[in-house]
Design a protein around this ligand. Structure first.
Ligand code: COA
Length: 380
C-alpha cells in the first residue's frame, strides 16, 4: 500500500469509495461535491491510499480556523475518511490516518479535529473526545416573540460577503472568548454563500444561515455580537412560525438564545461529539488563548507515538501560554490526554480515565488555565 496525493483523475474512484462508505449522493450534491473537492487538489489536502494503481481509500484535510479562548489558529479538519469494503480491517485506515496527521503537521497546523463514526482508529492515532456539536429544537413561535427593537439593520448576503462574515466571526468569537467554533476559509465561504436554498442575512455584528428542512427550519449558523442583534436574527428565523412549528438549530450549549426564551426548550437536544488532537505541543500552546486572570506554571510530559512528544515547562500569564523544553517529568499525559486537557477536560476526569498520571500538584492550575466548554456550530 502506498499513500499519494490525489489528482483530478482520481475523482471517479474517490466518489466510488465514498459511495461504498457513506451511501450515494443525490445528483445535485454530487456536482457540488466535485466542485468543492476539485478546488482542493494541488494543496496537499487530499490523500489516497493505493494498492498498485487501485484506490483503496482516501481522506481530506480541510482548512479551518478554530478559536480557543477567543484566539484563532489554523486547524486541520479531517473529513471523508473512507476505506473500500474489501480493504477494511487490515490496518489500511490506520496507515492513512498516520499519513493524515503527518501531513497536517507538515502543512503547519498545530491542532486537528474530526467527527468520528467510530472511536478506536482515531484514538490509536492520538485523537480524543473533546467537544460537541449541540443541536436543539426550538419553537418557531417562541422565537417570533423575541421582539426586536427594529434598530438592527439586516440585509441579504451573498458570495461577495464572505470576507465580511469572517470578520464578524473574528470579532464575535474574540469578544466571547469562545472555545471550539470554527470558520471555513474565504473560498469555501464563497461557495457556501452561493447556495440558492439557504437564507442568508447579515448585520453589522452578526449573521444567520438557515433553510427549510422538510416542514421545519434548520439554522446552520447564527452568530451575534450583541443582545439586539441576537433578538433581531432569532426573531427573523421565528417569523416562519405560521408554516414551520420547529426550528432545529446548532447552538453553543450555553447559547444566549436558551436564556432569552420565555420557556426553556424542553424538546430534543442532539449532540454529535468531535475528537481533537494536538499535533505540535509548543505551537498549540502558543496559539491558544488563556484566561487573563490565570498565572501559573506546570511541568508536563507528553507521550506521542508519532514523534511530537517531550517534556516542557508550561507557563501561562497575561492571557498567553508558552512552553520551554525541560528534563523533568512532572505530569504524564498521552497525546490523547494532553489533547483532552487542552480542550478543557478536567484533570480529575483525565486521571480517572487513565489519560494522565504522575505529579498532581499542578492539577488545579491546569484546570484553571485550560477551562473550556468547547462547541462547534458546523459539522464536516
Ligand atoms: C472506519 C474505517 C475508516 C476503518 O478503516 P480500516 O482500514 O478498517 O481500519 P484498521 O484496519 O486500520 O483498524 C483500526 C482500528 O479501527 C477498528 N475498526 C475498524 N473498523 C471499525 C468499525 N466499523 N467499527 C469499530 N471499530 C472499527 C479496528 O478494530 C482497529 O482497532 P483495534 O486495533 O483496536 O482492533 C473503515 O472501516 C471505513 O471506511 N468505514 C466506512 C466509512 C467510515 O465509517 N468512515 C469513518 C468516518 S469518520
Amino acid at each position: 500500500m502506498e499513500i499519494r496525493d490525489l489528482t483530478p483523475d482520481d475523482l471517479d474512484d474517490v466518489l466510488d469509495v465514498r459511495t461504498r462508505s457513506f451511501g450515494p449522493l443525490p445528483a445535485a450534491d454530487k456536482e457540488n461535491w466535485r466542485r468543492v473537492v476539485r478546488s482542493m487538489f494541488g494543496e496537499g489536502r487530499y490523500l489516497g491510499v493505493f494498492d498498485g494503481s487501485r484506490l483503496a481509500g482516501a481522506a481530506r484535510l480541510r482548512r479551518f480556523t478554530q478559536w480557543w479562548h477567543g484566539r484563532p489558529q489554523p486547524m486541520a479538519g479531517v473529513a471523508g475518511v473512507t476505506i473500500s469494503p474489501e480493504d477494511r480491517g487490515r490496518g489500511v485506515g490506520s496507515l492513512l490516518m498516520r499519513a493524515v496527521v503527518e501531513r497536517a503537521t507538515a502543512l503547519g497546523d498545530a491542532v486537528s479535529v474530526l467527527f468520528p463514526a467510530t472511536t478506536p482508529i482515531y484514538r490509536s492515532i492520538g485523537y480524543e473526545h473533546a467537544g460537541v456539536q449541540h443541536k436543539v429544537t426550538l419553537s418557531a413561535e417562541a422565537l417570533r416573540h423575541l421582539r426586536p427593537s427594529g434598530q438592527v439593520g439586516l440585509r441579504r448576503m451573498g458570495p461577495d460577503d464572505a470576507a465580511e462574515v469572517m470578520a464578524v466571526l473574528h470579532r464575535v468569537y474574540a469578544a466571547a472568548r469562545a472555545s471550539g467554533p470554527i470558520s471555513k476559509d474565504e473560498r469555501t465561504w464563497r461557495l457556501w454563500l452561493e447556495n440558492q436554498d439557504d437564507f442568508l442575512y447579515l448585520a453589522e455584528d452578526g449573521f444567520v444561515v438557515y433553510r427549510w428542512r422538510g416542514d421545519d427550519i434548520q439554522v446552520e449558523n447564527l452568530v451575534a455580537g450583541s443582545a439586539e442583534t441576537a433578538r433581531a436574527l432569532w426573531s427573523l428565523v421565528g417569523s416562519a412560525s405560521s408554516i414551520a412549528r420547529n426550528v432545529v438549530a446548532a447552538v453553543a450549549p450555553d447559547d444566549p438564545v436558551l436564556w432569552m426564551l420565555r420557556e426553556w426548550p424542553s424538546e430534543e437536544v442532539r449532540q454529535a461529539r468531535w475528537m481533537f488532537r494536538v499535533l505540535d505541543v509548543a505551537a498549540a500552546v502558543e496559539r491558544r488563548g488563556f484566561p487573563a486572570y490565570v498565572s501559573c506554571e506546570a511541568v508536563v510530559t507528553v507521550d506521542d507515538p508519532l514523534g511530537g512528544g517531550g517534556s516542557w515547562r508550561l507557563e501561562v500569564a497575561g492571557g498567553s501560554g508558552a512552553v520551554t523544553p525541560v528534563a523533568g517529568s512532572g505530569v504524564m499525559l498521552s497525546v490523547n490526554g494532553f489533547s483532552a486537557l487542552y480542550a478543557g477536560v478536567p484533570t480529575a476526569t483525565l486521571r480517572l480515565s487513565g489519560l494522565m498520571s504522575g505529579d498532581d500538584r499542578y492539577d488545579e492550575a491546569l484546570d484553571a488555565a485550560f477551562a473550556a466548554r468547547p462547541y462547534m456550530l458546523d459539522s464536516f
